[in-house]
Ligand binder design. Structure first.
Ligand code: GLN
Length: 251
């Protein structure tokens, strides 16, 4: 099948090799005989509900977020319609913050959010930098481990009852105190983890791909054929080890 991906603001939101996540989607899809078609959606370019199976938003510094926030907020309605129609979404760090109701940056700048994810973010004094390890259960009874790197001033508060992406085993997570990281709403995932996120967490790449394939086919998310993933497992182990030894400490 063809999986149509909309990559939002690739020229602005792209720190920590977030583009690597797209490369992982591309390769893991093609190994299963699927083809990824990636469209960049930039400033002033429209989101057309139904035209894409997966939306991807990367991370950025406050400066870049300030530039894109009004444009992204103006796309709220079509994006919400696309997600209500079953499209998948992965938003990382700066993108994750802007998918919520808003982000107040380090210098007090109020940035509007899309309001798709049930959360709000306000920057604090101290940056939360380091490796992170999470335990996630996107499918009940199937706990999975997620490892990555975080670097954010923003403290994200989920609304009561909102579902986090995972429980923090080591590291800061959403705000350094709730014990949770990220947010999951149906087929949409937001997270602070990058570095990039997917090469060391192939199970999450496959989960998102399966959701996108479900949108493309109009059916259920397929069970994707397993891959070897030895290098990926090694990368995950290194990252998880670093999170245990150094996570949750600002430098
Ligand atoms: N600028 C945001 C913050 O500092 C997001 C950072 C990022 O994307 N790494 O919280």
């Amino acid at each position: 099948m063809r999986i149509r991906v909309a990559h939002l603001y690739p020229d602005y939101l792209n720190i920590y090799a977030d583009r690597g996540n797209i490369a992982v989607f591309e390769r893991r899809a093609s190994w299963r005989g699927h083809e990824l078609e990636v469209d960049a959606i930039g400033m002033g370019e429209a989101i057309v509900p139904g035209a894409h199976d997966l939306y991807y938003v990367g991370g950025g510094q406050d400066r870049e977020q300030l530039l894109v926030a009004p444009d992204l907020a103006a796309k709220a309605e079509p994006l919400r319609e696309a997600l209500d129609g079953g499209a998948a979404l992965l938003a990382v760090c700066g993108g994750y913050q802007l998918l919520g109701r808003g982000y107040r940056g380090f210098h007090g700048e109020d940035m509007p959010g899309v309001g798709v994810l049930p959360l709000e973010t306000v920057a604090g004094e101290r940056r939360m930098i380091g490796d992170v390890l999470l335990e996630c259960e996107l499918e009940p009874g199937r706990p999975r481990s997620l490892a990555g790197f975080e670097n954010h001033a923003g403290r994200t508060k989920l609304d009561p009852g909102a579902e986090p992406l995972g429980r923090v085993v080591a590291g800061f997570g959403n705000d350094g105190e709730s014990g949770y990281e990220g947010c999951r709403l149906g087929r949409a995932i937001g997270t602070y983890l990058h570095g990039p996120l997917l090469p060391r967490n192939p199970w999450l790449a496959d989960w998102v791909l399966a959701q996108a394939l479900a949108h493309a086919s109009g059916g259920e998310p397929p069970e994707l054929e397993p891959l070897g993933d030895e290098l990926e497992a090694d990368a995950h182990a290194v990252s998880a080890g670093r999170a245990h030894s150094r996570g949750g400490r600002s430098r």
